[in-house]
Design a protein around this ligand. Structure first.
Ligand SMILES: C[S@@+](CC[C@H](N)C(=O)[O-])C[C@H]1O[C@@H](n2cnc3c(N)ncnc32)[C@H](O)[C@@H]1O
Length: 441
């Protein structure tokens, strides 16, 4: 054991190298050691509530199959109960949550210093980190091998949360740090910049096995498909690989001749009457490579077209892929998610107002389209979703609507009664039910 930065005993630091002086944060009493691990006063603290989640009063809403569990408890206590098997996963006969969860979405208190009607958002920085580490470690245990964790956070703790996640999950398991536009106009009240975004830190339990489908049908822009024929809109993409990293020196097997006829547009891997042999070249005339192998061209030659193009060296024949717009078409999501795509803080409050008219509005709800995008990317119907800072219940509500099983934990009984339960009741069909467990503590 060694003394922590303010003289507190810190058992974890004894195994670490001496802190790198350039990475010390004395003002906030947090240090990052040379091996990248954070140390801070109070880092060994665990939550006051040391329950194992066993002592709950249970009730069921609905009569159909068990789709979700809503737990009124402190998050770490509930997670211990869930991991230990004291609480069964929805739809399961027995057994806990360990290794069962496909996606965790959490939106914990950001430690901004605000005091909301529903909860206070100010604790000592070191305690906030200790609180988060303990829960992130438990949440990691809940994840399936292909699962992922999505942590919503704002600027105040984002950098620390990122280092903490690197530590708990491993840097190699960071999938993305997505920017979320939550206030398009920008908050005008601050002294400096008008804040208009949060962050969504995405980590895989294991990057080699993670199942995240980062495509969205809504992200597809029909204007990107300007051509049209009897089969509908399409665009022509060069079959040549336009990335200069790829050339005959790096991928020699993809530099080969194709046979093409400008008049009919036909392309083939084999010579045919009227065809000319075409090799891939860059705009400056140097040798390039195709994106498809000859075997794939043989299988899918009807998706290729020959065209005459005008380049620096005059006219030449080139080969294009006919890329069609169809109903299942998806586009890779960018790492910046705009409010017009996923909603904003204002739209989330408006959503709540519509579902629960006349009620005082929860201060920090997240918009439903944001959760729909996360769950679409990270889960499939029937998968298990977990949120242990449920707030007004956006995660379980959207999970229920999308046919996912869910577990939600919230400390505030008032938020459970005023927002989560009524919202969930509105989503429940006759064939579904969910359990409510309230801690007796
Ligand atoms: C930012 S809000 C979550 C909002 C939520 N994403 C939504 O869309 O409504 C954070 C929530 O975490 C709850 N909370 C804070 N500390 C907690 C703890 N230790 N255990 C469980 N819930 C906690 C607060 O009561 C608050 O409702």
């Amino acid at each position: 054991m060694t003394d922590g930065p303010n003289g507190m005993t810190s058992p974890r630091r004894s195994a670490r190298k001496a802190p790198n002086p350039r990475l010390q944060f004395p003002a906030s009493r947090v240090e990052v050691s040379a091996d990248g691990a954070m140390c801070w006063a109070g880092e060994g603290a665990t939550s006051d509530v040391m329950g194992d989640g066993a002592g709950y009063d249970a009730a069921t809403v609905g009569r159909g199959k068990d789709c979700g569990v809503l737990i009124r408890d402190e998050s770490a206590a509930a997670l211990r109960g869930l991991l230990g098997g004291a609480v069964t996963a929805p739809g399961a006969e027995s057994g806990g949550l360990r290794g069962q969860v496909q996606a965790v979405y959490i939106d914990p208190p950001y430690n901004t210093g605000s005091v909301f009607a529903d909860y206070a958002d100010k604790v000592d920085h070191g305690l906030w980190l200790a609180m988060m580490r303990e829960r992130l470690e438990l949440l990691r245990e809940s994840l399936a091998e292909s699962g992922s964790l999505w942590l919503h956070i704002d600027d105040s703790e984002m950098a620390y949360a990122k280092v903490l996640l690197d530590e708990v999950f491993g840097r190699e398991n960071c999938v993305s740090a997505i920017v979320i536009e939550n206030n398009p106009k920008g908050r005008q009240l601050g002294k400096f910049f008008a804040g208009s975004h949060d962050h969504l830190l995405v980590y895989a339990r294991d990057i080699r096995h993670v199942r995240i489908e980062p495509g969205s049908a809504q992200a597809v822009n029909p204007a990107d498909f300007p051509k049209s024929d009897e089969r509908g809109p399409f665009r022509l993409l060069p079959l040549r690989n336009t990335n200069k990293k790829f050339h005959p020196g790096t991928v020699p097997t993809l530099h080969y001749g194709l046979w093409a006829d400008a008049e009919s547009g036909r392309v083939s891997a084999e010579k045919f009457a009227g065809a000319r042999e075409v090799f891939p070249v860059f705009g400056d005339g140097t040798d390039a490579v195709w994106r498809w192998s000859a075997a794939r061209v043989r299988e899918r030659s009807d998706e290729l077209a020959a065209r005459i193009v005008r380049g620096r060296g005059g006219e030449r024949l080139d080969v294009y892929q006919i890329d069609r717009l169809h109903d299942e078409r998806k586009k890779k999501l960018r790492s910046i998610w705009m409010a017009h795509e996923i909603g904003s803080s204002d739209s989330a409050k408006a959503e709540l107002k519509k579902v629960l008219p006349g009620r005082q509005i929860f201060a920090t709800p997240k918009p439903e389209p944001l959760l729909a995008r996360v769950l679409e990317a990270a889960t499939e119907p029937g998968d298990l979703v977990l949120d242990c800072f449920a707030g007004s219940g956006t995660t379980p509500v959207v999970a229920q609507r999308m046919g996912r099983r869910w577990v939600a934990v919230e400390l505030s009984g008032a938020s459970i009664d005023s927002y989560i339960v009524p919202r969930l009741e509105g989503e429940l069909s006759d064939s579904d039910s969910f359990r409510i467990l309230r801690s007796r503590g």
